[in-house]
Write a protein that binds this ligand. Structure first.
Ligand SMILES: [Zn+2]
Length: 407
């Protein structure tokens, strides 16, 4: 078998040892938002160059790697992000490898990963942090799988596979990963797979449609002692709007394909108040319905209260489903790869957006998201399974075979 487990593990451990937390507060001020991401991108570039691949890092700090292939087969692309989230500490990662996992709870200081969660992994190598940081499998498991596949494919005859682009982006976690994307590559690829998923077998073809509604309310302030009949509280109107949003359609009450209303921030005074609400739905029409409902409610409450509400709507990203399904070969490639390596595919909707979704929407290129073997992202109990990472690598190689005319 071409897949070298130990080498993939070493690679993964090497990448998680790099600091690469992104910084949401620096978006628009600095690219990448943190200097440490540059170090990892430069390191990856030199590893890939040593394999004989053509690499380039533009002003945008997106690392693009090209592996020449058979022109008849066209081009395909794989993408992963080098940054890690800032929800919990993500720098100074000290990875722990639990070789030959024995079926018990894994305790990392105060953090415990329960055995139920690790069911089916007996004998596997489980990688965690030491419990004081996240691990960074999101998305360094994806990065390791991509680079390891490059090492394998670079040794094959180039006539045996399509031209392959590997794209490594900074700042995915800040939502700005594709803001300066080198879109010229996309005209020569049929599909761009993001390797930024989780559990073995799970692939994601669709995501939310997302909108942000901002309600700005102006009121009338007076001396509180003589307020009767004169004072109109913007803060009161804003809080009433929040209170009528259906609790059964909140993020904490929904999962799967259910959409929601999520009031995210409220600030203000009697004079004026500002309210931000995130709306999510897999169905575009339903999202528009939600937007209209919030707008109508805000206006009605302001009218009753004698305040004034102005509503602005920002559409953030769209469900990538229609783009992913426009070329039937994209779904076929996933099914053929799963069959080829003997695993079951699980289609799961992403309750959020991804860089892939942004690319599908902006450039019309199908961008399904593929599992990498990581779990519990953005938390101290994040872990990765070496056997699932190997499956992810095997899956990638099977996708390459599919696009090599072996359909
Ligand atoms: Zn990710």
């Amino acid at each position: 078998m071409e897949i070298k487990k130990e080498r993939l593990l070493e690679r993964f451990l090497r990448y998680v040892s790099f600091d690469s937390m992104s910084d949401g507060s620096a978006v628009g001020k600095r690219r990448p938002t943190t200097k440490c991401q540059e170090d990892l991108l430069l390191h990856l570039s030199s590893e890939l160059k040593e394999m004989g691949l053509e690499t380039s890092i533009g002003d945008d700090w997106v690392l693009v790697v090209r592996l020449d292939g058979n022109e008849e087969y066209g081009g395909i692309a794989f993408m992963a992000h080098v940054d890690v989230a800032e929800d919990v500490m993500g720098n100074g990662v000290k990875a722990v490898v639990h070789e030959m996992y024995d079926g018990s709870d894994i305790a990392l200081g105060n953090v415990v990963i329960g055995r139920n969660e690790l069911e089916g992994h007996d004998g596997d190598a489980i990688v965690t942090s030491d419990g004081t940081t996240l691990l960074g499998a999101d998305d360094k498991a994806g990065v390791a799988v991509l680079v390891e596949s490059a090492e394998i494919l670079s040794k094959r005859d180039k006539s045996s596979h399509p031209t392959i682009y590997y794209i490594f982006t900074p700042d995915e976690e800040t939502g700005s990963g594709t803001s300066l994307f080198p879109s010229n590559i996309l005209s020569s690829v049929s599909v761009l797979y993001t390797f930024d998923g989780g559990e073995k077998g799970v692939v994601e073809l669709e995501c939310f449609n997302a909108a942000k509604v901002t309600v700005e309310i102006s009121g009338v302030a007076t001396h509180l002692g003589s307020a009767r009949g004169k004072m109109k509280s913007a803060l009161l109107s804003a809080s009433k709007i929040v209170s009528v949003l259906p609790g059964s359609e909140s993020p904490e009450a929904t999962d799967g394909y259910y959409g929601y209303y999520a009031p995210l921030s409220l600030s203000g005074s009697v004079d004026d108040a500002k309210l931000e609400i995130y709306l999510r739905d897999f169905d575009k029409e339903n999202l528009c319905y939600r937007v209209n409902a919030v707008e109508s409610v805000a206006k009605a409450i302001a009218m009753l209260d004698g305040t004034n509400a102005s509503v602005s709507i920002e559409y953030s990203y769209s469900n990538m489903k229609s783009v992913n399904e426009k070329d039937e070969n994209v779904v076929k490639s996933l099914e053929s790869a799963a069959k080829g390596i003997g695993i079951d595919l699980v289609y799961s909707p992403i309750r959020g957006g991804t860089d892939g979704a942004a690319i599908a929407e902006k450039y019309g290129v199908p961008s399904p998201n593929v599992f990498t073997g990581g779990h519990n992202y953005h938390s101290l109990s994040e872990w990765a399974s070496l056997s699932e990472m190997c499956s992810s690598l095997a899956f990638l190689l099977a996708l390459v075979s599919f696009w090599s005319g072996k359909r």
